[in-house]
Ligand binder design. Structure first.
Ligand code: SD4
Length: 339
């Protein structure tokens, strides 16, 4: 069956590769590279991205290799070590986008270690943008990815057992202050007893001045089976327009999707706003829509413009992001609407 599909896909790919040749969008001016990524796990991820960027590599390779570190890490809750859905299965979402509007995504993917790399294969080897569930897994296996064991990490097993006591399906903020709550957006408990977030989004500009972005997540812990958040959705969790800038989102995915978050931030930058002001304008839109409920949800946007200026804005305090340039490597506290 897969072979027949592969034939159809390869035929269509010829057409799509011709159509996808959006090289007009790429810039050619020499720039100082920069990489930014969400939450503190971004510091480690940025190091891997920097190895590529500092050697004049492509931003696309940097944002893939960067977040793979987080997907791999047992000390982080992105990837297979993360909290499961409420039926006890870890399901992963990821996407990637380059400087020429090429993009790929996977959602509801199980037992594959590097969803971001599968997303890149979807982008490069199929005529499609997104594959989900069983089909995404089948595609990954055909591309040589390994089927990993179906077992929870120690931290996730513990957190899941705790959550099952109440099976309370509500959504506390994603920040560390709420770590005692085991709702769908609580940070996850690690085997070392610490808590971490379940998403990393990364944006990079390479020495050619080209932008790319990636996002990978286990989504909301203890989510309904089949739930997909914003992270793998191009335009919601991630968007890149090389002529304008790029944005990645984290937080309660449902409220990012309803405002087409990352795309809305890029549009705000197109109309002249700085990255921070653009992020703020879309955060304020979410707050206007959610009204009182905004007090109990967290959404944060992180953005970079075509000149390498960066900025972020969140609904609540607690969001931070990691930045790496030729001269700096640091964690920055994002500003927020509520103090
Ligand atoms: C989601 N946006 O699945 C993700 C969750 C997240 O830090 O960003 N957590 O809705």
């Amino acid at each position: 069956m897969y072979n027949r599909r592969k034939f159809i896909q390869t035929t269509a790919l010829g057409i799509s590769a011709a159509l996808a040749n959006n090289t007009h969008a790429a810039t050619t001016s020499a720039r100082s590279p920069i990489v930014i990524s969400t939450w503190d796990a971004g510091l480690e991820a940025n190091k891997a991205a920097w190895t590529i960027l500092s050697n004049k590599g492509r931003a696309l390779d940097a944002v893939e290799k960067g977040v793979m570190v987080t997907e791999d890490s047992l000390n982080c809750c992105v990837g297979l070590g993360a909290n499961p859905d409420r039926d006890g299965y870890v399901t992963l979402d990821a996407c990637i986008m380059d400087e020429a509007f090429n993009c790929g995504a996977v959602a509801f993917l199980e037992r594959i270690k590097h969803p971001v790399s599968v997303a890149r294969k979807v982008m490069e080897k199929t005529p499609h943008v997104m594959l989900v569930g069983e089909g995404a897994q089948q595609f990954a296996l055909a591309e040589g990815f390994l089927l990993e064991p179906q077992q929870l990490s120690e931290g996730a097993r513990e957190a899941y057992a705790e959550w099952l006591k109440k099976s309370n399906y509500h959504s506390p903020r994603i920040n560390v202050e709420n770590k005692k709550e085991h709702g769908p957006f609580a940070p996850a408990k690690l085997s070392n007893g610490e808590w971490n977030h379940d998403t990393i989004g990364m944006l990079a500009m390479d020495a050619m001045g080209n932008l790319s972005g990636s996002c990978t997540t286990s989504g909301a812990g203890f989510k309904m089976r089949g739930r997909v958040g914003d992270s793998p959705i191009i335009g919601a969790g991630l968007y890149v327009d090389n002529q304008v800038g790029a944005c990645v989102a984290t937080g309660q995915g449902e409220d990012v999707i309803r405002v087409a978050g990352a795309s809305a931030v890029v549009e705000a930058m197109r109309s002249g706003k700085s990255p921070e002001a653009a992020c703020r304008s879309v955060i304020e839109r979410v707050i206007r829509i959610k009204k009182e409920a905004a007090k109990n949800i967290q959404v944060a946007f992180l953005a970079i413009d075509k000149n390498g200026n960066t900025g972020a804005f969140a609904i609540h305090p607690g969001f931070n992001y990691a930045l790496r340039t030729n001269s700096e490597e640091k964690l920055i506290t994002g500003k927020s609407f509520f103090k």
